[in-house]
Design a protein around this ligand. Sequence first.
Ligand code: LCS
Length: 393
Amino acid sequence: MKNKNIGFNSKLIHGGEFNDALGSATVPIYQTSTFKFNSAEHGAACFAGESDGYIYTRIGNPTIHALETLLAELENGFGGIATSSGMGAVNTVYGAMLSQGDHIISSAAVYGPSRVVLETYYKKFGIDSSFVNTADIEEVRRAIRPETKLLYIETPSNPTIEITDLKACCELAHEFGIAVAVDNTFCSPYLQRPLELGADIVLHSLTKFINGHADIVGGVVVAKDEALYKKLRSVMVTLGFNMDPHQAYLVIRGVKTLSIRIDRAQESAMKIATYLENHPKISWVRFPGLVSHPQHELAKTQMDGFGSMISFELKGGIEAGRKLMNSVQMAILAVSLGGVETLIQHPASMTHSKVSAEGKEKAGITDGLVRYSVGIEDVADLIADLEQALEKS
Ligand code: LCS
């Protein structure tokens, strides 16, 4: 892969593969569903994998390819597979790695639908799942069975901001021949590169930090080697989880500013988390940059920054939390995260509402937990917004 030896910020601007005969400085949108063959023989050779050339956009497209190769370079992987959504990426991984009779161990605290789809659809096809606190390596060890094929980790977790030791989990899983997939959505490759810590697969909801502008939904899977890449790609193509070229174009534009957006947001997040922790109406705050975070030391070594996702609870519980969410004026009351705009939401009744009461309890998703995604506004304005909302809560 080209550009191997340039820095992360240079890769954001110049990484990825694309060749445009007219010399376009940015990646053009190849808004086409299909591609002309030079001859019947060429078409047959393309399908046989004996000739280069695009065939059909569900299978591959130059705009999408530019994004896939860029994201694979950022994650230090063999190849990327772009998907229509983050859930498309999650299901590409589950679909490729699990068969009837297999077992998956997942972090208990994951994005709600990533868990619920295992407990519903995959269960229907004879795939069993266990949800454990992956921050506790002994809990992971105890969940391993002979038929365990995949360890699925979200770190930091949604919405509890728990940190899992990726190196330790990968070593344990590989000892038992279990593959490891990491949902790196909360960090992006700017803050954490799971493949470098031993993971086999990394995936993202591109809807969040990587695109960063709350204007598309998308996903990506990056595989560490060619064999895994081919296996995953074939699931994406045959199940039809492909991205659209226009979506890919917008993500390529958004990702160019990934590092400067994250630098601003995480600096503000540190200030906001500290402000909340010292506020008399707040009972607890979970942010990896705070010394009070149980895995603060691990976060310092595993991540290149603490990110900009905060969860907290008010002393007045869910009622006070609702008042706060109804009183903020700058933060937008909406699901999603990782964009330039600050968002606030209530996981128990929104993003994780379909997770059972028992599942929520195991994951540490309390009724009063409020999730706050810090954007790039002036931090003084965000704190003033919280201040006036907390007065009413
Ligand atoms: N993985 C994580 C960690 C996520 O947070 C999400 C979405 C997904 C996968 C799925 O991605 P999507 O299909 O939405 O692109 N998380 C959301 C959230 O916390 N609020 O709204 C969506």
